[in-house]
Ligand binder design. Structure first.
Ligand code: MN
Length: 428
């Protein structure tokens, strides 16, 4: 159905270049100016309150839960309902937004998006962060282990990942207090503020239908367990990370904050933008072997605005542009790998791609790569340079599917601002 509809078939006025055209219909949770919270679907620069739409009978051929938030104000219950439910809601919303006889009834239920404060759409259960960009893993290997092989011998055989901290996943706009901890200073561990605060540009995948413990999800069935896609900034303190990461991997250098974009773009909206993934060499184990267009043709950008730029009215600048189509390990492989040992999935689990970097300068998804740990500082319009983030710096990650500006599916954006952070009371 969606392929036969044009944007102009909708009675909702969608501005040209909007990230949320008729064929997107991402879902999110927003707080209105009166303080009430609702589940919304975005179209153009407006959002429809799904509970109000359901309450007035417009979703009457869909299960009642379509319009309803969980008691906790999240979309977890709807995510758990699985892809057939997600698809049915999408189909129904497309009918409503293209049926001009509905305009008079439904348009009063539309709210300007800029009147909503978006909150986390999901109560995130388990959070896993992967390390699946070949270019990123190669760059980090060279930086952290200059005398060894850039890639560990297992890297091309399994999607490397670690369990992160779901309790510090924060919504769009949240401040990021600078973390403190032990870093190596003059050869010894010393407590203090991180001097190497960094970003990681990542794509997040939200789990929908759960799976049973003891039963691995086959790579070919992975999509049945996915609700949708978002953007992730995996803030990272490189100095804390460098001291702690061996032998068990990232811990406090990563767990202080992870920003998540507010709108979940469903898998069905991204179907036209599926691509064949890169060829894997050597061949992977059978349980990771997938066929067909299992990748996503996404485009991603990092923007920076320092406090000085903000004060002088200077717009954020793009410091990195990269693509997701050549990620080495796909979301389907990551999901199959996460469950191959029998670990179960819950609706609202989140896993992220790992930093997305490309092969050329300006396509790195972290500052440590782009500045090569300070050797090539990044110039800003205020006359300063950055190797790592300073207090007051504001980072925005944005992304979309498709290379044609006329028919993009936007992932929206996620922003966070660095604040000075706090010492432990024993260190005052
Ligand atoms: Mn990461």
């Amino acid at each position: 159905m969606s392929a036969s509809l044009a944007e102009t078939d909708s009675w909702v006025d969608v501005p040209p270049g909007s990230p949320f055209p008729l064929h997107n219909l991402p879902l999110g949770v927003g707080r209105r100016t009166d303080g009430t919270v609702g589940a919304f679907v975005a179209i153009g620069d407006q959002a429809l309150d799904l509970a109000e739409a359901a309450g007035t009978g417009f979703l009457d051929d869909s299960p009642a839960e379509y319009g309803l938030l969980d008691a906790g104000g999240t979309l977890n219950g709807f995510a758990a309902a699985g892809r057939s439910a997600h698809r049915a809601l999408r189909r129904r919303l497309m009918e409503l937004f293209t049926d001009r006889t509905r305009e008079a009834q439904l348009s009063p239920l539309l709210v300007p998006i800029d009147e909503l404060t978006m909150v986390l759409p999901i109560a995130v259960g388990d959070y896993v962060d992967f390390y699946s960009s070949l270019h990123h893993a190669t760059n980090l290997g060279r930086l952290f282990r200059p005398d060894g092989e850039a890639l560990m011998p297992n890297w091309r055989h399994i999607p490397i990942g670690y369990h992160g901290r779901s309790g510090t996943i924060v919504p769009d706009g949240a401040d990021i207090p600078r973390p403190h901890g032990l870093r190596l200073v003059a050869g010894g561990p010393q407590y203090g503020a991180s001097n190497a605060l960094d970003i990681e540009l990542e794509v997040g995948f939200v789990v929908g239908a759960p799976s049973d413990r003891g039963y691995p999800v086959a790579v070919a069935d992975a999509d049945d367990h996915l609700f949708g896609v978002c953007l992730i900034n995996d803030w990272s303190a490189r100095d804390i990370q460098a001291y702690e990461y061996q032998p068990l991997g990232p811990f406090l250098g990563k767990s202080f904050a992870t920003s998540m974009s507010p709108w979940i773009v469903t898998l069905d909206a991204l179907e036209p933008y599926r691509v064949e993934p890169v060829e894997q060499d050597p061949p992977v184990a059978n349980y990771l072997h997938a066929t067909g267009a299992t990748g996503f043709d996404l485009y991603l950008e990092v923007l920076v605005q320092s406090e000085t730029m903000r004060a002088s009215g200077s717009e954020p600048i793009v410091i990195a542009r990269t693509g997701f189509a050549d990620i080495y390990w796909t979301a389907a492989q990551q999901l199959a790998h996460m469950t191959v040992n029998g670990a179960s999935l819950r609706a609202g689990d989140l896993f992220a791609s790992g930093t997305v970097s490309g092969p050329i300068p300006g396509s790195e998804g972290s500052l440590i790569e782009q500045s090569w740990r300070g050797e090539r500082p990044i110039p800003l319009p205020d006359g300063t340079t950055r190797s790592f983030l300073l207090d007051g710096d504001r980072i925005t990650i944005r992304g979309w599917a498709g290379s044609d500006p006329g028919s993009r599916i936007g992932l929206g954006s996620v922003t966070g601002t660095i604040t000075p952070g706090h010492l432990t009371t024993t260190e005052h």
